[in-house]
Design a protein around this ligand. Structure first.
Ligand code: QV4
Ligand code: CA
Length: 478
């Protein structure tokens, strides 16, 4: 089901990776709602095995379907969905049901449940050995049976052909629906048969109308399928069920802004590049896996660590009418396994907000970078329009318009200034560039752009500037 049930005028979601539910609730009210974000992807909520040194990835090893993780318990989860929905922000849960945990001696979960992982016994669900596929390792991506019926990195693979297992998963997801979520990311969907996913999603309830969903609304589904081509399984097999993560988009946009492939070629970014149909794609510059070198995309991926190029890539994603965009919001890391900011007992630290709106305590909060949240507002402002007045310099400077509602330019050349008079498609007047500043109560803290009677404006992005983008839109008119 492809409708994300976002509120009108909202068009991008943010993954608040590893955030606590109470912090997410605060963020919905104080920032995401007011700044026009449509929804939040929440890290897995089901109780997970506690792994030594508390790596972030322990959350992908469920031990039960109780809501009990380092992000909070069921009561906190329920407070969050209530407060976020009230703020106009939807909640999507990362749902892990291809597998349970890997093997761990004396496995104990974040909610106190125990398991005998070696015997595949998870009494808190309960699942027993018969509820899993026979042990074998995923090691041949040319063989769909191997990918879907064996264990991904030793994670015990659930027998999704079983009615009992399907029922347990549907009960878990239905409980979350009852508590007010709008939909799910399906983790490791490539490792599940589309037919099994279809049967499980058909058992799901309609969304809970007490949270403002229309009656009969079906849960939004987006599936994690990594398909860069060349494997037995293709992303297309999943588009009947819901959206699919388009990893080609993530790796291609990274290569483009890194300069490996001049951005003039972004002119037909989307289907023309062999991606899924825009209406089937969940798009992103980086995700929690490929920002730390796993998943897909390797060294082409841009992250907060290459901040200037990263802001340009995210800005392009938000300005460009293809796919349903997800903004990443990270915690700082040096080691790829390192968990979220935590105290000595492993409890996740609160997100603190600095006076300049950025975050502290180890949280990056890319979604609070002015260039990013102002481009979310840009996307909302130009929704429903297509691209016109594309311009490029034959290399790494580009500009385009969105149907009379917005204009954006990018200078991705190293050491070369952009100084051009360009067609903007906006009505004559003075506009505030929402990248170099913000338009607050009619006063602009950034560059001012004058659009003449002919719709043309002088656009300047110097190579030495902090940002390689310039963006103006109907709501930034002074
Ligand atoms: C280790 C060995 C295995 C061995 C096993 C034996 O490496 O060879 O079989 O022990 O028990 C962690 C460790 C991993 C360990 C495993 C089991 O990193 O070394 O195996 O636990 O104990 C995340 C991490 C994984 C992590 C996993 C579970 O990325 O490293 O494994 O969580 O904690 C493919 C898939 C795609 C997947 C992507 C990363 O097609 O679906 O790889 N992406 C999703 C999530 C991702 C998550 C999972 C899937 C699994 O986005 O974050 O993996 O839920 O491309
Ligand atoms: Ca499987």
């Amino acid at each position: 089901q492809k409708d994300p049930h976002t509120l009108p005028g909202r068009s991008a979601v943010v993954h608040l990776f590893e955030w606590k539910f109470d912090d997410i609730a605060e963020e919905c009210e104080r920032f995401l709602g007011p700044f026009g974000f449509a929804g939040v992807q929440v890290s897995p909520v089901s109780e997970n095995v506690i792994v030594e040194n508390r790596p972030w990835y322990e959350r992908y090893q469920p031990i039960s379907y109780k809501i009990a993780t380092r992000s909070g318990d069921e009561a906190a989860f329920a407070r969050m969905t209530q407060r976020c929905n009230n703020a106009g922000v939807r909640i999507y849960v990362d749902a892990v049901f291809n597998h349970m945990s890997g093997d761990h001696p004396n496995a104990v979960g974040t909610g106190g449940s125990t398991a005998n992982t070696y015997n595949k016994e998870y009494p808190a669900v309960p699942y027993g050995n018969n509820d899993f596929n026979p042990t074998c390792a995923v090691n041949n991506y040319q063989d769909a049976n191997n990918v879907r019926n064996c264990e991904l990195v030793g994670l015990h693979d659930l027998k999704l052909s079983s009615d009992y297992v399907r029922g347990k998963i549907a009960d878990f997801l239905n409980h979350l629906i009852h508590l007010g979520v709008a939909g799910f990311r399906l983790d490791a969907a490539k490792h599940m048969w589309p037919g099994d996913i279809q049967i499980i999603t058909s058992k799901l309830s309609d969304l809970n109308i007490t949270y403002g969903f229309r009656s009969g609304a079906r849960p939004f589904i987006y599936q994690e399928v990594i398909d860069l081509g060349g494997e037995a399984i293709s992303a297309k097999e999943y588009v009947n069920i819901g959206l699919v993560t388009e990893f080609k988009y993530s790796s291609s946009i990274g290569s483009a802004f890194r300069g490996d492939n001049p951005i003039k070629y972004l002119k037909n970014f989307g289907e023309g590049w062999g991606f899924l149909n825009g209406g089937d794609s969940l798009v992103f510059v980086d995700n929690h896996d490929n920002q730390r070198g796993s998943g897909a995309g390797g060294s082409s991926i841009l992250t907060y660590k290459q901040s200037k190029l990263y802001k340009m890539a995210v800005g392009f994603m938000l300005a460009w009418p293809y796919g349903f965009p997800r903004v990443m919001s990270s915690f700082f890391f040096d080691d790829k396994d390192q968990g979220p900011p935590a105290d000595g007992n492993g409890n996740t630290l609160n997100v603190v907000i600095n006076p300049d709106m950025t975050c502290g305590n180890g949280w990056v909060c890319e979604h609070r970078w002015r260039q990013i949240y102002n481009m979310v507002a840009f996307r909302n402002a130009v929704e429903g329009t297509s691209v016109n007045d594309w311009w490029d310099n034959g290399n790494k400077q580009i500009a385009f318009c969105r149907g009379g509602k917005g204009f954006v330019a990018f200078n991705d050349e190293f050491g070369i200034d952009m100084k051009q008079t360009l067609q903007t498609c906006l009505s004559p007047g003075t506009y505030c560039d929402v990248i170099s500043g913000t338009n607050k109560g009619g006063s602009c803290s950034g560059k001012q752009i004058t659009v003449g009677g002919d719709g043309k404006a002088y656009i300047e992005i110097l190579s030495k500037e902090d940002d390689g983008i310039l963006a103006i839109h109907v709501n930034s008119k002074l």
